[in-house]
Design a protein around this ligand. Structure first.
Ligand code: FAD
Length: 510
């Protein structure tokens, strides 16, 4: 029996959130799609693992862009439209900020958030609210413009706030509100979800982040992030998508500047009109294009001009008591020795100890996620890949354990309990784990760094000039919308839309 058809409309490399979103959208439009995933299960980073008989979330802290059942945001709506029925649970708070001289829990909802900041830094209510409202205006513009591109003149008329702030960093725009530093610090913790210091983070990205998370609150799937992956894969197959696991794509076949198929590690050559890649462009252009002479110089230049963003270091602790008995009071704590994001960014160049940690106790959003009488705490830093790349094989075990110990000690001190005394399981996830598991370039989970000349707005404008190969699209954290599970879905949809547009254009010229 033949494993593959003679030809597909589209081959998708990678069966994680981005790849599966692309596959769903293409199947919805009647296209014949093959997904090739190198693992034996879907989801990539949206996955879980089992230790001590307990299923543990591998990555997800919280998911943006879902919204409520009656008022879905774009990612939640896409899942609903595609018939991917995820059981979403609300995250009870925005975050607890544990910064020098500040301990405060902040909640979603602009007024409530501004009031809570004001209780810590009196006199700031109106300015914080105005800043959040500005974020929301920009967020609305980004959502509209990403679907309905328009001329610059029209944009200026209809999206003035977006146009006026687009060329400035988050710091520059926040500074115009003349808030005390302590209030600015309370508005900064989410920087880590995109990985740029406020000084270089485009305000547009900051605005989207704040409007989505603070304006609408976040969600987690009841059966962990793997619920999304499994349900997406199941639905895609129902819609006729062929998904093959344990199939690593080694080569993308190209002729006359146009992709026409792939070759797997098993040696199968499979043909399609289009290829969508979840593998990073760095990997694709450096080793996957066949023949190598087809690699476009302009695309290599564009990729080399981008900076690889952050990777991840996480310690998971399955603890032998309920959270509240251990002094763990919040779903999400951002714990920093400093809130100077430039200093944190500098510290993240190394292998630790890290000066800014995020601790998530999932039980507060998902009480049944561990057996009764236990809880799960994950403590994460998001270092830059550089430091970990320098670690020699013979030093890896030592560095990994030293960093984990320092991480656990910092949060033990914060909670006032020796976490190791209560640990049933300790699991350490390093940038190498991420790299081995997903094959992502340098273990990077965040794609390319956003900067003033390279973020969603700039990327939309420069995409065509980047000299990409015809009939090859990219989808993943390395694409236009950047990192995160919500953006991965959006990136997958964008890749599928590009394919559909190209198919329609070519059909029209026949
Ligand atoms: C510790 C941690 C915490 C995180 N927390 C959050 C969070 O709270 N909220 C959030 O939104 N995001 C979070 N993220 C980021 C999020 O997980 C990712 O941005 C997102 O899941 C990326 O999805 P993706 O589809 O782009 O790629 P990936 O999940 O990286 O998947 C790529 C897939 O492609 C497959 N693949 C690659 N190359 C090939 C090949 N050659 N052949 C076949 N298959 C291939 C891989 O096996 C994998 O399945 C976190 C990440 C980490 C590591």
């Amino acid at each position: 029996m033949k494993f593959y058809k003679d030809h597909y409309d589209v081959i998708v490399i990678g069966g994680a959130l981005a790849g599966l979103s692309a596959a769903l959208m293409l199947a919805d439009k009647g296209k014949d799609v093959l997904v090739l995933e190198r693992h034996n299960l879907p989801g990539g980073l949206a996955t879980s693992f089992v230790r001590g008989g307990v299923e543990i979330e591998a990555t997800l802290h919280e998911m943006m862009s879902i919204g409520e059942k009656e008022n879905r945001l774009k990612v939640g709506k896409f899942f609903d439209d595609m018939g991917v029925n995820v059981d979403w649970l609300p995250v009870p708070e925005a975050y607890h900020a544990s910064l020098p001289g500040v301990e405060v829990t902040l909640h979603p909802g602009f007024e409530r958030f501004a009031k809570e900041v004001d209780e810590t830094v009196p006199g700031t209510y109106q300015k914080v609210l105005d800043l959040l409202k500005l974020c929301h205006t920009v967020y609305d513009s980004v959502n509209e413009l990403s679907i309905h591109p328009m001329s610059k003149a029209k944009m200026l008329m209809k999206h003035e706030a977006f146009v006026k702030t687009a060329g400035y960093s988050a710091k520059e725009v926040i500074d115009t509100f003349e808030l005390p530093q302590k209030a600015v610090d309370l508005l900064a913790p989410y920087w880590i979800y995109v990985g740029n210091p406020l000084t270089t983070l485009p305000f547009t990205i900051y605005a989207v982040l704040m409007a989505d998370y603070i304006g609408y609150g976040s969600k987690v799937p009841k059966k962990l992030s793997h619920e999304m992956s499994l349900k997406m894969a199941e639905r895609a197959e129902e819609m006729g998508v062929q998904i093959e696991y344990r199939q690593q794509v080694e080569k993308i076949l190209v002729k006359d500047g146009k992709a026409y198929g792939v070759r797997t590690a098993r040696g199968d050559e499979i043909y399609a009109d289009y290829v969508i890649s979840s593998a990073y462009p760095n990997k694709v252009y450096s080793s996957m294009i066949e023949p190598a002479s087809e690699v476009p110089e302009a695309a290599v230049k564009a990729v080399n001009g981008r900076k690889i963003s952050l990777t991840a270091f996480t310690v998971f602790l399955l603890l032998d008591k309920p959270a509240e008995e251990l002094g763990i009071k919040d779903f999400n704590v951002f714990h920093g020795e400093t809130m100077d994001t430039d200093k944190i960014f500098e510290n993240y160049l190394g292998t630790g100890p890290y000066n800014y940690l995020t601790a998530i106790c999932l039980n507060y959003a998902n009480p049944g996620c561990t057996p009764e009488g236990t809880c799960i705490l994950s403590i994460t830093a998001l270092p830059r890949p550089d430091g970990w790349k320098q670690v020699k094989a013979e030093d890896y075990d030592r560095v990994k354990h030293e960093t984990a110990k320092a991480t656990i000690d910092t949060m033990s001190e914060y909670y006032g309990v020796n976490l190791l005394d209560h640990a049933l399981e300790v699991i350490i996830e390093t940038p190498m784990t991420v790299s081995h598991y997903t094959g992502m370039w340098n273990g990077c989970v965040y794609g390319y760094m956003h900067c003033m000349d390279d973020h969603i707005v700039a990327r939309l404008q420069t995409a065509e000039a980047e000299g990409a190969l015809k009939h090859l699209e990219f989808s993943g954290a390395h694409s236009i919308s950047g990192n995160g599970m919500g953006p991965a879905v959006t990136n997958g949809r964008k890749a599928a839309k590009n394919v559909l547009d190209s198919m329609a254009a070519e059909e029209a010229t026949k």
